[in-house]
Design a protein around this ligand. Structure first.
Ligand SMILES: Cc1cc2nc3c(=O)[nH]c(=O)nc-3n(C[C@H](O)[C@H](O)[C@H](O)COP(=O)(O)O)c2cc1C
Length: 170
């Protein structure tokens, strides 16, 4: 899938099909995260892959705004280093790389924001020095349920030409 097509069709997916993803697919997704650029090339991240069903079900208890994680093919717990100044920007770029790469392979995802971070850290043995940025579910989905309407501010509301306030005439 061409990059702009990927960006313009991407949609958060919260309902998944019961289908496994093979290791090659999983590795391609996390590789896209590993290759992300970062300030000073700090690479302030770690990625924990979860592909065991019982673990995904347990994670659903800790993913407060993403219990759909129990149904996905795999998930990536995205850790970020609190000592790194640009950690959230850098690690979010890794997230977007993974999400777009997955989308190009027909795997959906959805950022899970509300987490019981302490419980996840205990459950996955994560050292205290790491923060959890998000937990990303990945899974196949029925394309017929995807909304093709992007709810976004209009171009007029967000674009300016050469200076603030000058509209771009089409
Ligand atoms: C930082 C961030 C946190 C989010 N947290 C959640 C969440 O906890 N649960 C959820 O279902 N969606 C979450 N989302 C998904 C957004 O609701 C979604 O991206 C937005 O409504 C736009 O819809 P779209 O991604 O389908 O275009 C989050 C997205 C971002 C970027």
């Amino acid at each position: 899938m061409e990059v702009f097509e990927c960006v313009s069709t991407l949609s958060s997916i919260r309902v998944y099909e019961d289908r496994e993803a093979d290791m090659e697919t999983i590795q391609r997704v996390i590789e896209a995260g590993r290759l992300a650029p970062s300030a000073h090339n700090d690479q302030p991240w770690q990625f924990i892959i979860i592909n065991e069903r019982d673990r995904l079900q347990q994670m659903a208890k800790y993913c407060i705004s993403g219990s759909f994680i129990s149904k996905v093919s795999f998930a990536v717990v995205v850790l970020t280093d609190p000592r790194s100044k640009w950690r959230e920007i850098d690690t979010t770029r890794a997230v977007q790389n993974m999400v777009l790469t997955a989308w190009s392979m027909k795997l959906g995802s959805c950022w899970i924001g509300r987490l019981n971070e302490e419980e996840i850290k205990k459950y996955l043995n994560i050292p205290a020095k790491w923060d959890i940025l998000t937990v990303l579910p990945f899974g196949y989905f029925n394309e017929n349920i995807v909304s093709h309407t992007k709810l976004r501010k209009s171009p007029e509301e967000v674009f300016h030409l050469n200076q603030y306030g000058t509209k771009i005439n089409k």
